[in-house]
Structure formats: structure tokens, C-alpha cells
Design a binder for this molecule. Structure first.
Ligand SMILES: NC(=O)c1ccc[n+]([C@@H]2O[C@H](COP(=O)([O-])OP(=O)(O)OC[C@H]3O[C@@H](n4cnc5c(N)ncnc54)[C@H](O)[C@@H]3O)[C@@H](O)[C@H]2O)c1
Length: 272
């Protein structure tokens, strides 16, 4: 059921790779809620082609932009404002990748060039994006920005490797920009810390199935699906949350504040 929550709003949605992507679900819902937006992804991801199907379904153009390039970010905001016919009311940062995690490097054996790439793609890109938006004066008064994070920013999850450091930095960047953009034009900036979700990025993590199952048993509501993460993003883009900013918001079915559950304990009770 659509509520017209984003009627008249203009946005940029990054990171829709395929129909499993959280950003893909955000785009479908934002379209249903009346928003007009631009889709963006790294040129290499666009060549895989699936995003074109989404673009057609939600009647949006695609602007290729590598989140590690200052020039691409400037072009993204300039072209988006032009295409949308006005400043941008909402932005979704849904970008993450670690070459170390992909190649199964242990935390004590990181390749530092790859580590820098992890931080650049998954965290500095959020800073770069907002610095560019500010430079281009592309954000509308009272706008809203959301980036997606994971609880490994606060706690150790073996296997998540240098992405944990990237997420900690991402959340800090969100807080800092929330302060500056709030003062400047009442723009809100938040991160959503999402449950493990079966997407290309999620499944690339060694032992993902175990993380997923553990979180499922440790969450009274169960793991939050990608569609529900999209719904949460939409509430933050809407005018219903105008004073929520500089927060890391857990969207995890209760995982982050659950100590233990009978389901998890059952694994450790010796069978008589
Ligand atoms: N899947 C999970 O379990 C989970 C949990 C919590 C948070 N997240 C976060 O959600 C976000 C979206 O991931 P997803 O799970 O939907 O997976 P996904 O693989 O569908 O999305 C990741 C996106 O990042 C894009 N990307 C990578 N390098 C880029 C670059 N240089 N420039 C621009 N885009 C680039 C990819 O093309 C892809 O579209 C990520 O930040 C991820 O860390 C995922």
C-alpha cells in the first residue's frame, strides 16, 4: 500500500546492482511513494546490465559514477539537479566493497593497498558524496541523507575484516555531516545498521550463512528483510522524521540489544 510519502521529492539512489540489492528495493518503494529520482552505480556495475531493467520499471535515468572519484561525484550532483529540475531532497548511499574480504584475507594479514580501497569505497565515498553535494549546492533545505551500515562497527564479527573499520568510519562521517548540514540547511544525515541480508555484498563475506543464522536466532523479530530496510529508509526520507539526525539507527529485529535467546542456548545444552 502506498501513502504518497515522497510525493514531489527528488532523490539520488546509489548501489542498486541486482534485484537482491537493498538499494533496488528502496528504488521500487520510492517510486511507489511518488518520488522522482536518479539511479547511480559504478560504471563497471552498470555494464552488468541489470540496473537498466530497474531504471525502466521506475522511470529513472542512470548516471554512472564511481564513488571514489571526486569528478564523478560532482557530475552526479550537477546532472541530477539538471535532470530532476531542482535540488535533491534525499540521497541513499548504499555502497560497500572490500577487496580483502573478497579475497579472504585475515584481519592480521591485510593488504594495505586493498585496505585503503575498502575505506575509500565504503566510507570516504560518503564524505566525498556530501562534500560534492555541498560544493554543488545540490541539497534542498530540509533534505535527508541515509547510508547503510552494519553492527560490526561496534562489535567484532570475525570474517567481516576491514569492513568493520569502514563501517565505524562511515557512521562517524554521517554524524559529522549531520552536524554541519543540519546547521547549514536543516538536512538530516543518518546511518541505518541493517541485519545480515542475502545480497551480493552480504554473501561475499566468509561464513555469511553462519552470521545470518546466528542473527536470526538472536533477534526476537528475526532478521530484517531488505524490503523492510527500504521501508525504514523511506520514513527517514519523508517529512515524518524531520528532527531525526546524526543517529546510527538499528534496523535489526532487536539483535543489537538481545543478550541471548533460548534458541541460541539450546546449541550448548548437552544432550542427555
Ligand atoms: N547485505 C548485508 O548483509 C548488509 C548488512 C548491513 C549493511 N549492508 C550495507 O548495505 C549497502 C548495500 O549493500 P547490499 O547488501 O545491497 O549489496 P549490493 O552488492 O547489492 O550493493 C553494493 C553496491 O556497492 C556498489 N559499489 C561498489 N563499489 C562502488 C564504487 N566504487 N562506486 C559506486 N558504487 C560501488 C556496487 O556496485 C553495488 O551496487 C552496503 O553499504 C552494505 O555494506 C549490507
Amino acid at each position: 500500500m502506498a501513502y504518497g510519502l515522497l510525493k514531489g521529492k527528488r532523490g539520488i539512489i546509489t548501489g542498486a546492482l541486482n534485484d537482491q540489492s537493498i538499494a533496488w528495493k528502496v528504488a521500487e518503494l520510492a517510486h511507489a511513494e511518488g518520488a522522482k529520482f536518479v539511479l547511480s552505480n559504478a560504471p563497471v556495475a552498470m555494464r552488468m546490465g541489470e540496473i537498466h531493467k530497474l531504471a525502466e520499471a521506475v522511470n529513472s535515468p542512470i548516471i554512472g559514477a564511481d564513488a571514489t572519484s571526486d569528478q564523478d561525484m560532482d557530475d552526479l550532483f550537477r546532472q541530477s539537479v539538471q535532470h530532476l529540475g531542482g535540488k535533491v531532497d534525499f540521497v541513499l548511499h548504499s555502497i560497500g566493497m572490500s577487496p580483502n574480504v573478497r579475497k579472504g584475507k585475515a584481519y592480521g594479514d591485510l593488504n594495505y593497498d586493498w585496505y585503503k580501497q575498502t575505506l575509500d569505497i565504503s566510507a570516504l565515498s560518503f564524505h566525498r558524496m556530501l562534500q560534492s553535494a555541498q560544493r554543488m549546492d545540490a541539497l534542498a533545505e530540509g533534505g535527508s541523507v541515509v547510508a547503510l551500515s552494519y553492527i560490526a562497527a561496534q562489535r567484532v564479527f570475525p570474517g567481516y575484516g576491514d569492513m568493520a573499520d569502514a563501517k565505524a568510519l562511515l557512521e562517524s562521517i554521517g554524524r559529522s555531516w549531520g552536524y554541519y548540514l543540519g546547521l547549514e540547511k536543516k538536512v538530516r544525515v543518518n546511518t541505518i545498521s541493517q541485519s545480515p541480508t542475502k545480497t551480493t555484498a552480504g554473501s561475499g563475506i566468509k561464513g555469511f550463512g553462519g552470521f545470518y543464522g546466528f542473527a536470526q536466532e538472536m533477534s526476537p523479530l528475526g532478521n530484517a528483510p531488505a524490503e523492510d530496510c527500504a521501508k525504514y529508509c523511506l520514513t527517514l526520507f519523508s517529512d515524518l522524521t524531520k528532527y531525526v539526525t546524526m543517529q546510527n539507527l538499528f534496523h535489526d529485529g532487536g539483535f543489537s540489544t538481545t543478550g541471548v535467546t533460548p534458541e541460541v542456548v539450546a546449541h550448548f545444552i548437552k544432550k542427555e
